[in-house]
Design a protein around this ligand. Structure first.
Ligand SMILES: Nc1ncnc2c1ncn2[C@@H]1O[C@H](COP(=O)(O)OP(=O)(O)OP(=O)(O)O)[C@@H](O)[C@H]1O
Length: 730
């Protein structure tokens, strides 16, 4: 990390582009390179201490998690050197050669020499000896520099294009990809039985365990597991470890209940078990009440973290905290999140996959460096599967809802994007498709923020709900570290793919068109999430197929490619694959069989519009070509300047914008909004990445691994996300 820091400081950048006078980017006070340098120094120091404290803890591998940036801060574009049409750009790579007074100690008493000042110093000026070279790049939050490293997990070889389009017909048979995983998911009827504590195995040595139980491991029984074996049927590698036959910890520890074992460890008398209060409603949901006790008296409910289709997620204290404290990778806290799955067979069944996925993640990322939720253990309690995981912060969605300005600064979007893509790259390498990526399933590790008052005019424009939730303030995260959660819908690549997946707004076109889907659907969802983080609004606010397809075409600025529409017709007419039941009625019929064009707005044979005005307005008002849409949402920061002609290189685009800005400045004396070259390039490459993620054809869509190498991740932006990073916390 240190090598990154020094090289980071040492990179070249320019003078003016680092200065942004725009209030909205909160760096109006950064009006000189010196100030920028000190801001950067402060930021790098914060970054250093935060990363030393957080991310580097418990690194499993020798590799550093951060890039030595020396060779990465490369020119923006391969066309960059083509300056034929580019206006003279004083901003580019300026080296300051400043004429300064030179003070030299006088060898003799000068006696009237004009080159000696009153302090008897020889003065002269030079442009050679005292040049001041500014070599500063725009700062990036450290999370935007995380590398993806293939650790010790098995690399998954991606599917080929044919597989992508035929997978949906596959059966629920467990295929080979699954068998490669060593599944040691913990099973129990209640956490009473400490044999079942997975995390215990990884944290207590045989000697300790023998001491705890007061027995010799040799003398203990080998038939220790009382669990009912949930979630293991499909796992061929699970049998031995589940039965505990060759695990000395398991053999010795199962005889003690959790409270007794805890008491032995801390040298106290075991507490008497509290009365358990655990009710289930008719939908199979646990009826949660504050201070409820469950799981053999071990978990006490402290609050509801969230409720979803699969069950309720509760914040609980865990009296088995001694185990956690002995695990170097766990936080020193006894608070956990317990997902109590609905006591209904199909949800219990789905929980098996969730557990297998969580287990695969855990086995392949012991230090938890790939931003995925970490399984601690699981157990079954009164017909509910309970999944115990690390307690994390609010979801990004909840944070946005409680904020006076829902959108995140570009620097934080970039930091979150890098983590999200890296995390999904890791999952894809394991052969896992998340399928439900959305802001609700991206949670903050650290909820602390700094607050800034919003101008009264902005406060007045907020909805009453947002005004109340935000107190009329903008919240800026001090640490954009995130984790991906909710593997309840995750699918192993070679296993059964349901025909419809993903929450509507984040659903990829291949799913809507019934083409079959695979890893690329996660990439589409990530792009939807990133745009939402930038704009503060959902990109596809719809609940209906035709409207959704019309919106997709508008955002991409082009119709669906005939190739994939043709495939849709072919699959639908030959009844191939595992298509959604309503595919013909809600999707296929909206395409012209000859031209393959989407018929939107829908008309009847007489030419009257069937699509309601309200729906047309929803599409036209909410959606626009991606660059127009983003430019429009960021108007408050940059005025109308952020426009892109994709036929021109980024440099030529900037030259055009700059000449327009100069013309306006000359004629009106001022410009609405502010945009400099660095900021323009940051957003240009962000949109470029999104366009590649929004590729209609899933076989051509950028992969997670390719996305990590995208140019955008080499750029920085000076904004409020940078200035709030590591700030005083609320
Ligand atoms: N480990 C955790 N720490 C903090 N909050 C969490 C944690 N796990 C889940 N949550 C909260 O609970 C909510 C629901 O969790 P989750 O998405 O896993 O449930 P679900 O039933 O699968 O939901 P969905 O219906 O969206 O699939 C999340 O949006 C998040 O706000």
């Amino acid at each position: 990390m240190r090598s990154f820091m020094s090289s980071h400081i040492g990179r070249k950048r320019n003078r003016n582009t680092s200065v942004n006078n725009n209030n909205n980017t909160a760096i109006g006070n950064i009006d000189s390179t010196t100030q920028m340098e000190s801001l950067m120094q402060g930021m790098l120091a914060k970054q250093d201490s935060i990363l030393n404290g957080n991310l580097s803890d418990g690194l499993m591998y020798d590799q550093q998690p951060f890039i030595d940036n020396e060779n990465l801060q490369q020119p923006i574009d391969e066309n960059e050197n083509d300056t034929s049409n580019v206006a003279d750009d004083e901003d580019d790579d300026v080296i300051f050669v400043k004429e300064q007074p030179v003070y030299l100690a006088s060898p003799t008493v000068p006696g009237g020499d004009p080159n000696y000042d009153s302090n008897n110093h020889y003065t002269s000026t030079t442009s050679k000896k005292f040049k001041k070279q500014r070599t500063i790049s725009l700062p990036q939050l450290p999370h935007a520099r995380l590398l993806y490293q293939n650790g010790n997990h098995k690399e998954f070889r991606g599917q080929n294009n044919d597989e992508l389009l035929h997978l949906t017909g596959s059966s629920s048979r467990t295929l080979d990809g699954n068998r490669a995983l060593s599944l040691r998911v913990v099973h129990s009827t209640s956490p009473d039985d400490v044999t079942l504590s997975e995390r215990f195995y990884s944290s207590v040595s045989p000697a300790e365990s023998a001491a705890i139980s007061g027995e010799s491991s040799e003398s203990s029984s080998s038939n220790s597991v009382k669990g009912n074996g949930i979630g293991v049927e499909g796992a061929t590698a699970s049998g031995a470890s589940l039965k505990g036959g060759n695990n000395p910890h398991k053999r010795t520890l199962h005889r003690l209940s959790a409270p007794k074992l805890a008491a032995r460890l801390v040298g106290k008398k075991p507490k008497t078990r509290k009365r358990e209060n655990f009710k289930t409603d008719k939908d199979g949901h646990y009826v949660y009440r504050q201070e409820d006790v469950f799981g053999g008296g071990r978990f006490v409910v402290k609050g509801l973290l969230g409720q979803g289709t699969f069950g309720k997620v509760l914040k609980c204290t865990d009296s088995g905290d001694f185990i956690m404290n002995s695990n170097p990778f766990k936080l020193n806290t006894n608070l956990v999140a317990v997902k109590v799955i609905r006591a209904i067979d199909r949800y219990r069944e789905a929980a098996k996959t969730e557990l297998r996925v969580l287990q695969a993640i855990r086995e392949n990322d012991i230090p938890g460096q790939y931003q995925c939720l970490m399984l601690q253990e699981c157990f079954e309690y009164r017909n509910h599967v309970c999944i115990v995981t690390d307690l994390l912060g609010r979801s990004v969605y909840d944070f946005m809802c409680s904020n006076g300005v829902a959108r995140f600064p570009g620097s934080q979007v970039q930091a979150m994007a890098k983590q999200l893509i890296r995390s999904v790259c890791f999952l894809h390498d394991l052969g896992i498709i998340h399928t439900d990526l959305k802001p609700e399933n991206v949670v903050l590790c650290d909820e602390s923020y700094v607050e800034k008052d919003l101008p009264p005019s902005v406060v007045r424009s907020l909805s009453s709900r947002r005004r109340d939730a935000s107190g009329g303030k903008r919240k800026l995260l001090t640490n954009p570290e995130i984790k991906v959660i909710d593997f309840g819908s995750a699918v192993f690549h070679r296993e059964y793919h349901p025909p419809v997946i993903s929450t509507r707004h984040y659903r990829a076109p291949e799913i809507v068109l019934g083409l079959g889907w695979s890893f690329p659907c996660d990439i589409w969802s990530i792009a939807c999430v990133l745009v939402e983080l930038v704009t503060g609004e959902s990109l596809y606010p719809t609940h209906e197929n035709l409207e959704h397809m019309a919106m997709m075409q508008r955002v991409n600025g082009e119709p669906f490619p005939p190739k994939i529409v043709g495939k849709m017709f072919y699959k639908a007419s030959h009844n191939l694959g595992n298509a959604p039941a309503d595919l013909n009625a809600t999707v296929v019929k909206h395409f012209d069989k000859k031209t393959f064009a989407l018929q939107w707005p829908e008309k009847n044979k007489r030419g009257d519009y069937l699509t309601k005005d309200r729906s047309i307005r929803r599409v036209m008002d909410n959606c626009d070509r991606l660059d127009f849409l983003i430019s429009n949402k960021l108007k408050a920061d940059y005025g109308d300047w952020l426009s892109i002609d994709w036929n021109l290189s980024p440099e030529k685009n900037w030259a055009l914008i700059k000449s327009r800005i100069l013309t306006e400045r000359r004629t009106t004396g001022t410009t609405a909004g502010d945009l400099n070259k660095e900021t323009f390039l940051f957003w240009y490459w962000f949109i470029d990445l999104c366009r590649k993620m929004f590729e209609f054809d899933p076989t051509k869509r950028i992969t997670a691994k390719e996305a990590l190498d995208h140019k955008w991740f080499n750029l920085g932006i000076l904004d409020e996300g940078i200035t709030s990073f590591g700030e005083l916390q609320y």
